[in-house]
Write a protein that binds this ligand. Structure first.
Ligand code: PGA
Length: 253
């Protein structure tokens, strides 16, 4: 299996301009060695993206992601940012389908499928998030729930397009709660996701998919999570805001 491993930092709506510059420069100053099969992705708020691209452009193995984009490419959409704009400033990835956007911005499966298409058409790669709420986990229906989210969001893509998508499994009950999924719970879900992908796209395509875990992943638990067979790295929120912790996670295997 030659899957690319990814550690992505989702800053969410955190850091002012000075804090953002300091964090980018602190990460750069660490001179981390990122092996060829690995990528580090930084996802700051829109207004810091260009600076992130410029600061990290000659840092080996690093790329920049936006936390969202609009489903149309241009037009009268006041306050919105398009995939083409992101691509034009050197952004490589966009995070779509994060549970916070599904909940607070009412982003539906259908809207997300459209965003995925727009992003891919603009030449961005997509980090597509899925995750179940606590009630679903307690009812033990999480596998079907996640399979359904993935079907609705990305199963309209061709196998070729799928190669530009990374999946991030983020159980909502674990996001920002300090209550991480156990390595076994995460591995089980990642197997479920990979099997579901194999069913639709074949085992080879499924094997090549990078599937990240997110939800209270931190410097202490990252190596146990990342050592699971089907966990190919993490999407990190809180712990990506501290250069030392994030560097430890990047180095975790
Ligand atoms: P967390 O967030 O690491 O702070 O739990 C993860 C995410 O929402 O991407």
């Amino acid at each position: 299996m030659s899957r690319i491993k990814i550690v992505a930092g989702n800053w969410k709506m955190n850091n002012d301009a000075t804090q953002s510059s300091d964090l980018l420069n602190a990460l750069k100053a660490k001179k981390l060695t990122v092996s060829a099969d690995k990528k580090v992705i930084i996802a700051p708020p829109f207004i810091y993206l260009k600076e992130a691209v410029d600061t990290l452009k000659d840092v080996n193995g690093f790329a920049v992601a936006a936390q969202n984009c609009h489903h149309e490419n241009s037009g009268a959409f006041t306050g919105e940012v398009s995939a083409t704009m992101l691509k034009s400033i050197g952004c490589e990835y966009v995070i779509l389908g994060h549970s916070e956007r599904r909940e607070y911005n009412h982003e539906s499966d259908a809207l997300l499928a459209k965003k995925v298409d727009t992003a891919l058409a603009a030449g961005l790669k997509v980090i597509f998030c899925c995750g179940e709420a606590l009630e679903i986990r307690e009812a033990n229906t999480q596998n079907d729930f996640i399979s359904n989210q993935i079907e609705k969001g990305i199963f309209h893509l061709s196998a070729e397009q799928l190669q530009h998508v990374v999946i991030a499994y983020e159980p909502i009950w674990a996001i920002g709660t300090g209550k991480t999924a156990s390595a076994a719970q995460a591995q089980d879900m990642h197997t479920n996701i990979r099997q579901h992908l194999a069913h639709k796209y074949g085992a080879d395509s499924a094997d090549k998919m990078t599937i990240l875990y997110g939800g209270s992943c931190n410097a202490q638990n990252a190596s146990e999570l990342f050592s699971q067979k089907d966990i190919d790295g993490g999407l990190i929120g809180g712990a990506s805001l501290k250069a030392d912790d994030f560097a430890t996670i990047i180095n975790a295997r």
